[in-house]
Design a protein around this ligand. Structure first.
Ligand code: HEC
Ligand code: HEC
Ligand code: HEC
Ligand code: HEC
Ligand code: HEC
Length: 498
């Protein structure tokens, strides 16, 4: 925590000068544990790329978000960035191009595969919620805006402008709408209907969202991350944390991704996008916050449980894993340093590392174990994922058991008081399972943590089943009262908002 992105700014400004190398060495991130040479390789690698930056730094205006304009100055990064259009599956990840007949409502000719159609368990888990209508495998960044516009989740519910925070280049929109103040713009856009907000943006996540236009230094532009990480740091005893001033260069290589790849909720009628980290990043800490504020995403249609939906907590899960502990960041595996058309740069083709094992894994692991091969590393990932999937299936079966039992008990006329314990345990079992299900690495980012969460999920589901049969049963967690949701303002059939 000694280096700031400011010093990086200074470095970039002198890039190309002969003094540059010395300055770089001084400014290197020291985030990885000192003395851990293996982990330091990430840092060393980025120093090389900084050295390779163009001699005279061309100027881009902070009011231009079109990546094609930035691409004129950095054509190779732009070329790679455009490749996020390509679709290719891996055993559990990537994505499969799926033909779609264009309609007026949804003009896409290709989508990714549906997950909610493929897995009846997911639909049962989300009964009564928009996700049961349409949930697909995620694909490359190039598609983020269109996939959000055309998901059926926009049809079954009126979504808020807050959705847009993570699906478009919003930096300029926030700046314009807020008269230069991105937080004000953020607040105004969150509260708009999605259909209006979306008119303010044109591009999927773009250069300007991760880079300072003048210096190309990494920066965090999303108010929700700025506020979320401040709340998290405060929980660790660090008050008033300012991510753009205090984060190390290595941390920024994860934080730029943490602007979107995180669990979130919309707070209050103003639909403020909030990352629920004020008690910590772990699933039980997030659950504790939702319990404390009495938050529910929706009421489960079959059982009446006050349910929660987890969303892509890649950042949170990564932070619990061995790579995070060793200072290895999202960019190390998903945007690895590479040699491309004679230049040494960061791969802006953000995708599954399993399609890119040499650059993403091997180059670093070779330093530790000269004999290791691409095949072996890939096998180790798939072994982790296969084990994870088996446990995930067991947890899903247990949850289906609980939902089935609760539904029968409700139909048999059991009272709300009788069902309270089992409903709360459903909320918990379901959120824990969804937390690792919605996390897109199939366990890899933090294998042991993912297994722990699935084990707890399974335990809650089975305890819920016992609680239905035996009203004197004392579960291992305290049962929390979740108040009924406030009455919906409009006669909207579905109360869901995300
Ligand atoms: C040590 C390497 C490593 C690090 C660090 C890492 N990931 Fe991953 N990530 C992986 C692997 C391996 C997968 C599994 C890919 C697959 O199944 O095809 C994955 C999967 C993903 C996926 C789904 C990709 C797909 O094709 O389905 C996303 C999204 C993702 N990671 C985001 C992140 C974010 C955000 C961070 C940082 C907070 C991060 N990752 C850190 C290695 C890494
Ligand atoms: C999601 C965030 C993100 C987006 C979007 C993004 N970059 Fe980057 N970019 C990074 C990261 C991370 C690095 C590595 C920075 C480091 O640690 O030195 C990087 C590095 C760079 C560098 C320094 C040289 C190198 O390749 O390492 C340039 C130049 C660059 N990006 C240009 C662009 C351009 C042009 C665009 C738009 C077409 C773009 N970036 C979009 C995250 C992003
Ligand atoms: C502005 C929000 C945003 C930022 C910033 C962002 N992502 Fe994403 N990312 C998304 C969305 C949204 C999708 C899914 C797009 C879709 O399915 O249409 C996605 C998809 C992905 C995928 C899946 C690609 C595939 O082929 O399946 C990976 C991997 C990924 N992101 C990693 C990263 C990493 C690493 C970073 C940081 C360098 C990052 N993302 C920054 C929003 C973001
Ligand atoms: C920048 C360096 C770096 C990159 C890139 C990287 N790793 Fe690692 N990896 C590490 C370090 C450091 C450790 C922790 C070693 C330790 O502490 O024992 C580790 C640990 C692991 C472990 C766990 C070993 C164990 O016994 O628990 C696996 C598996 C692994 N890495 C696979 C991968 C894969 C697959 C990729 C690419 C998707 C990858 N790594 C990318 C540095 C890296
Ligand atoms: C905090 C950032 C964030 C917000 C806010 C957000 N998304 Fe996403 N969204 C992502 C990321 C990251 C992905 C890719 C990972 C995944 O699909 O799990 C994604 C994927 C998607 C996808 C493609 C996969 C799927 O689920 O079918 C759709 C559609 C989508 N989001 C719609 C929405 C809608 C509608 C809203 C508002 C209710 C919303 N998003 C709000 C970050 C966000």
């Amino acid at each position: 925590m000694t280096k700031t992105s400011r010093s990086y700014t200074a470095i970039v400004a002198v890039a190309g000068l002969s003094a540059c190398l010395g300055a770089l060495l001084l400014a290197l991130p020291v985030n990885p544990p000192a003395g851990d040479a293996f982990a330091q390789t990430a840092a060393n690698k980025s120093s090389k790329a900084q050295k390779a930056k163009p001699a005279a730094l061309p100027q881009i205006s902070d009011d231009v978000d079109d990546p094609a304009v930035w691409g004129k100055l950095f054509p190779l990064q732009y070329e790679l960035y455009l490749k996020t259009k390509e679709m290719q599956p891996t055993k559990y990840g990537g994505s499969i191009p799926t033909p779609h007949t264009p309609t007026a409502a949804d003009p896409r000719t290709v989508t990714s595969q549906s997950k909610s159609d493929a897995d009846a368990g997911l639909r049962t888990m989300w009964a009564g919620y928009a996700f049961a209508a349409d949930f697909r495998e995620e694909r490359g960044h190039a598609y983020m805006l269109e996939d959000q516009k055309y998901t059926k989740r926009q049809v079954v519910v009126q979504q808020p402008g807050a959705c847009m925070n993570c699906h478009a280049s919003t930096y300029l929109a926030n700046k314009k709408v807020g008269d230069g103040d991105i937080v004000k713009g953020f607040e105004k856009i969150n509260a708009m209907p999605y259909s209006e907000a979306v008119k303010l943006v044109q591009h999927p996540v773009a250069c300007i969202d991760c880079h300072d236009a003048k210096t190309m230094a990494l920066r965090v532009t999303r108010p929700a991350f700025i506020e979320g990480i401040r709340a998290f740091k405060a929980s660790q005893g660090i008050p008033n944390y300012d991510v753009n001033k205090q984060a190390s260069q290595a941390e920024m290589r994860a934080y730029v991704c943490g602007q979107c790849h995180v669990e979130y909720y919309f707070k209050g009628p103003e639909k403020r996008l909030v990352f629920p980290w004020s008690k910590g990043l772990k699933v039980e800490q997030i659950t504790a916050l939702y319990d404390e504020i009495g938050f529910r995403d929706w009421t489960h249609k079959d059982t009446g449980a006050p349910a929660l939906k987890a969303q892509h907590p890649e950042f949170e899960m990564w932070s619990q894993g061995i790579h995070a502990r060793a200072g290895v960041t999202c960019a190390d595996c998903h945007m690895p340093k590479m040699s491309y058309k004679g230049a040494n740069l960061s791969d802006h083709w953000v995708r599954s590392p399993l399609l890119n094992v040499k650059n993403a894994c091997l180059d670093c692991h070779k330093k530790h174990d000269a004999k290791i091969t691409e095949k072996e590393l890939k096998n180790r990932v798939e072994q982790i994922q296969d084990r994870h999937w088996k446990l995930r299936e067991d947890a899903m079966a247990a949850l289906m058991g609980l939902i089935g039992d609760l539904k029968s008990a409700k139909e048999a006329g059991k009272s709300d008081a009788d069902l309270k314990t089992a409903r709360y345990l459903q909320r918990r079992a379901q959120f824990y399972l969804d937390f690792v299900e919605a996390e897109n690495s199939t366990g890899f980012h933090a294998p042991q943590e993912a297994a722990r969460i699935l084990g707890e999920s399974l335990n809650y589901a089975r305890q819920g089943q016992i609680a239905i049969r035996d009203t004197s049963f004392k579960p291992t967690v305290a049962i929390v009262d979740i108040p009924p949701p406030p009455p919906a303002p409009a006669p909207d059939p579905a109360p869901a908002t995300r």
